[in-house]
Ligand binder design. Structure first.
Ligand SMILES: *[C@@H]1O[C@H](CO)[C@@H](O)[C@H](O)[C@H]1NC(C)=O
Ligand SMILES: *[C@@H]1O[C@H](CO)[C@@H](O)[C@H](O)[C@H]1NC(C)=O
Ligand SMILES: *[C@@H]1O[C@H](CO)[C@@H](O)[C@H](O)[C@H]1NC(C)=O
Ligand SMILES: *[C@@H]1O[C@H](CO)[C@@H](O)[C@H](O)[C@H]1NC(C)=O
Ligand SMILES: *[C@@H]1O[C@H](CO)[C@@H](O)[C@H](O)[C@H]1NC(C)=O
Ligand SMILES: *[C@@H]1O[C@H](CO)[C@@H](O)[C@H](O)[C@H]1NC(C)=O
Length: 407
């Protein structure tokens, strides 16, 4: 240090001033209403399915009582459409009083009493995407304080009814305002999704310094077409996206669709497998009160969650595309690996895929690896580096392998 010129010392210190709220050392897990409940505010017609404190409490109960929380699903979040159409007389956001009669602070207290964390939604613009009051540049300090006073643990800040210069000013400003409240609040920034998700419009170094996670790409819809577009985009731009993420700062390819109606079961498995390889946030967005046993077991796969939550926090990459197959690989702690083989074919029977550890570039342990089929919950066997590894993959489906070194 003594040998460095003063200017360089200054730069090193300045470079260390990254987002440092200590949160999300692994990707967040939980529940958010958007994919399933959208902006349903009609509590007359749909008392159980409208955006209300009743819904949030019911889902918090399910997370806490049905074994989700123990697996790591511990955030219960609001999305758009919770607010009243007007701010209060002091200019603060307030909840819709008929749908949230106890107010947001009481709701956060309820969620906390279940051992869970509470997330809220706002929008850095004149209005939220659904037309509720937004957080304009002038509202940032007030809203950060309000959220902290309510006991909010996570803020998703969307970007409708805004523009690039307001976003460039506002996203860092909210980060600083949240920090100033003294309450650790996870900060989810939709900023890059509104700027095309790529440099030069998006600066991932900056995002990693001010946000804990960010949506990079279009909203996911409940269909294979939408899901496969997301997967393709992450693969095509992995040189930019993969290094951007790590402990405390995550790419967010959006909500999990399992438990809804648009995907086949094989397709739902494919999403979970790819999200685990990508070190993605795992936010369910279905009705946890009526979820099928099949979807529940998929979302609760312990080895899949173990891969997603690996403490090294290094997202995987697409290492090969060959015909209808894609191979994705993620390095995990202790020289372990996750490997997903995705079959993009949309017809025919399950198709054979043949590879070896050598071909996968998994050579750290010369004795070979124990291989598990994660989604099948089965032990496949011990394999030497050059042993032939063959299995079949269903169309629009995946095989997710977990590899543990024999060394
Ligand atoms: C605020 O930022 C400082 C400096 O990066 C950090 O040490 C502190 O933990 C942050 N506090 C909160 C509440 O995020
Ligand atoms: C609250 O939401 C209901 C719909 O559930 C709506 O009719 C009412 O106008 C809203 N109230 C306010 C103050 O925004
Ligand atoms: C937000 O509203 C202000 C004041 O009405 C207006 O000047 C500004 O252009 C609006 N911004 C956007 C992005 O719509
Ligand atoms: C962007 O939005 C801000 C805040 O609403 C507004 O003041 C500014 O004029 C807008 N800029 C452009 C180029 O529209
Ligand atoms: C991106 O942000 C970082 C951190 O704020 C900054 O040092 C760097 O100059 C920015 N890069 C570009 C290309 O603007
Ligand atoms: C696997 O077999 C090939 C061809 O025989 C050989 O070139 C390669 O070195 C072997 N790899 C390992 C890890 O043994």
């Amino acid at each position: 240090m003594g040998l460095l010129p003063p200017m360089l010392v200054f730069c090193l210190l300045a470079g260390a001033s990254s987002m440092d709220n200590g949160l999300l050392r692994t990707p967040p897990m939980g529940w958010v209403p958007w994919e399933h409940f959208r902006c349903n505010t009609d509590c007359q017609k749909d008392p159980d399915d409208c955006i209300s404190e009743r819904l949030i409490k019911a889902m918090a109960d399910r997370l806490a009582e049905d074994g989700w929380k123990e697996l790591g699903y511990n955030y219960v979040n609001l999305d758009d459409c919770w607010a009243a159409k007007e701010r209060d007389s002091l200019g603060r956001l307030q909840a819709n009083a008929s749908r949230f009669p106890s107010g947001i602070k009481a709701l956060a207290d309820y969620v906390h009493s279940k051992g869970l964390k509470f997330g809220i939604y706002s929008d850095l613009g004149n209005l939220t995407c659904e037309g509720y009051p937004g957080t304009t540049l002038d509202d940032i300090e007030t809203d950060a304080r309000t959220f902290a006073e309510w006991g909010v643990d996570m803020l998703k800040l969307d970007g409708c009814f805004s523009n690039s210069s307001a976003k460039a000013a506002g996203y860092p400003k909210m980060s600083a305002a949240l920090n100033k409240t003294g309450r650790p609040i996870v900060y989810s920034c939709s900023w890059p999704a509104y700027e095309g998700g790529l440099p030069p419009e998006v600066n991932y170094t900056l995002l990693g310094q001010i946000c804990n996670l960010w949506r990079n790409f279009a909203d996911i819809e409940d269909s294979w077409e939408s899901l496969s577009r997301v997967i393709e985009w992450y693969g095509d731009h992995q040189d930019t996206l993969q290094p951007a993420a790590g402990p405390g700062r995550w790419n967010d390819p959006d909500m999990l669709l399992a438990g809804n109606s648009g995907l086949s079961f094989e397709q739902a498995k494919a999403q979970l497998a790819l999200w685990a390889i990508l070190a993605a946030p795992l936010f369910m967005s279905c009705n946890l009160g009526t979820i099928s046993a099949e979807a529940r077991d998929l979302l609760r796969n312990p080895l899949l969650i173990y891969i997603d939550q690996d403490p090294l926090g290094i997202p995987g990459r697409r290492i090969a595309k060959s015909g209808q197959f894609e191979v994705w690989k993620r390095a995990l702690n202790g020289h372990q690996y996750g490997v997903a083989v995705l079959n993009r074919g949309t017809g025919g029977a399950p198709t054979p895929f043949v590879t070896s550890l050598d071909l996968l570039g998994i050579l750290d342990c010369e004795k070979g690896y124990k291989i598990y089929d994660v989604l099948d919950r089965s032990f496949v066997g011990g394999y030497g580096l050059n042993a032939t590894l063959s299995f079949t993959v269903a169309p629009t489906g995946v095989v997710l392998l977990f590899l543990r070194p024999l060394c």
